[in-house]
Design a protein around this ligand. Structure first.
Ligand code: ZN
Ligand code: ZN
Length: 466
């Protein structure tokens, strides 16, 4: 079922409401002359941490003139690949290219670091590091295909799990102790961390299921603890939303992925359209063909209503309305005649000859109702945001008349802004209403997110995930 109409060109139009809101560019940080591997907001104060191929950990704080300057440039023995700072304990975890994780204590003026411990966690470059403060667990993933858990009090390894390929992304649910590990092949491994720092009763890191849907590397994962949605952004140019909790909240109990997936509702996004359906491989593949570029980063913003940010190689930052209920797209119907005017399609030779009408009529499909129709009965293209079509798609005359775009459109459900850089990573400072984009151009840009947060509650609260 190949899509016949490619979405309109991804160009910024003055009149297009999807591009109307433009966040102000607050600051630019030229972080390094070499590759920048990770950039994050400081958890409490106004500043940014960057690490890169120049083997430095840098902490940028805001000066009185509004510019950011490096309060700290700390040399590392190896290339730092990822970084995480905890605001409460001032702990800074730095994953490195040789597989180790260095844990520092940051001085309150950000001018010096004190090395507390080195975890010999992996055999190859560390790709993600995460801290579960309540349980004193340090999570990490690596190119060595392992997900590892260490105790941050003793430095001891508590457990681990080996994936099929390079582990590229990581998310964690505090309540259920489930970790989600995305790998290079496109699989997401769901593992339960049954770990105990002292006792012997723990079972270790146990595989619950593997969810497959992406055909390319899972670049980024984000977790919504309320709805129990997992968001995955992939090099296959799509964002998939996995309803991990299931509609009855039972999917967690099911083991084995065929059962799991049957209860799993998939909300599919890409940068040109979005659809919700229940695991229809065929549809998903046809939608993939419409996409443009790799999705490198997804970020869940826990406001009410919630937002999902995604970006990647196309330089567009998409701001999805994550709470609005989207409808399932209709099945495409098959017919020998147009379901509106009744005229025969070209393969229906008997009807063509007997009717004396030899026009070569191709079959098309209305994206809103799924009817098989001829081109004369579907002269219009219209966006259908509720169905996930943010960009105009073919609709039949009946649907066009019953629901003309001007009358029902309350506004787009997704907005885009152009970051003018190939985005590698996104971070959000909700307390200051800002988003950070790290580009391949080694520049960190800080944007004012306020235009997207109008009417959103909880925007003053610090993001839960840091
Ligand atoms: Zn027709
Ligand atoms: Zn229709």
């Amino acid at each position: 079922m190949a899509a016949e109409i490619s979405p309109t060109a991804f160009v910024e139009k003055v009149s297009d409401p999807r591009f109307e809101k433009k966040p102000a560019l607050l600051s630019k940080i030229e972080a390094s002359g070499q590759e920048v591997n990770c950039a994050r907001f400081l958890p409490t104060d106004d500043g940014v941490i960057t690490v890169g191929d120049d083997k430095f950990v840098k902490i940028w704080v805001k000066k009185e003139n509004g510019q950011y300057w490096p309060a700290l440039s700390h040399p590392m023995p190896e290339i730092p690949t990822c970084v995480l700072m905890n605001g409460e304990t001032k702990r800074l975890l730095v994953g490195q290219s040789n597989g180790t994780i260095a844990e520092f204590r940051v001085k309150s003026d950000y001018r010096s670091l004190k090395l507390m411990r080195t975890y010999l966690a992996h055999q190859a470059s560390v790709t993600n590091v995460m801290l579960c403060l309540d349980r004193e667990w340090v999570f990490s993933t690596s190119r060595d295909k392992y997900f590892q858990v260490h105790c941050s009090e003793t430095g001891r390894r508590l457990g681990g799990y080996q994936c099929n390929g390079t582990c590229t992304s990581l998310a964690y649910d505090d309540r259920s102790c489930y970790a989600f590990v995305g790998d290079f092949s496109g699989a997401i491994h769901v593992v339960k961390c049954d770990l105990d720092s002292s006792g012997n009763s723990a079972k270790g890191v146990i595989l619950v299921t593997i969810i497959r849907g992406h055909t390319g590397c899972v670049q980024s994962l984000a977790w919504d603890p309320e709805k129990k949605y997992l968001y995955s952004g992939s090099a296959d140019q799509s964002v998939i939303i996995w309803d991990i909790g299931g509609q009855k909240g039972t999917a967690f109990e099911l083991h084995g992925h065929s059962l799991f997936l049957r209860d799993c509702c998939v909300l599919f996004f890409n940068h040109s359209s979005c659809s919700i359906f229940t695991c229809d491989q065929k549809l998903r593949i046809s939608l993939w063909r419409n996409c443009r570029q790799r999705v490198m980063s997804v970020y869940f913003v826990p406001t009410t209503p919630a937002l999902l940010l995604s970006s990647g190689d196309d330089a567009m930052v998409a701001v999805w309305d994550a709470d609005t209920k989207r409808s399932e797209t209709p099945e495409w119907r098959e017919s020998n005649n147009c379901e509106l005017c009744g005229k025969a399609f070209f393969w229906n030779v008997t009807a063509l000859v007997s009717g004396g009408d030899l026009a070569l009529r191709r079959q098309h499909h209305c994206r809103a109702c799924g009817r098989a129709i001829c081109s004369e009965c579907s002269p219009n293209l219209a966006p259908r945001p509720k169905l996930g079509f943010e960009f105009p798609v073919r609709v039949c005359s009946a649907c066009w008349e019953s629901d003309p775009p001007e009358s029902t459109r309350s506004g787009p459900m997704t907005r885009f802004f152009d970051s003018k850089q190939h985005v590698l990573a996104i971070d959000v400072d909700l307390a200051r209403r800002r988003i950070l984009t790290l580009g391949q151009d080694r520049i960190v840009k800080l944007w004012d997110l306020s235009v997207f947060l109008d009417g959103h509650r909880g925007a003053q609260q610090q993001a839960l995930s840091r």
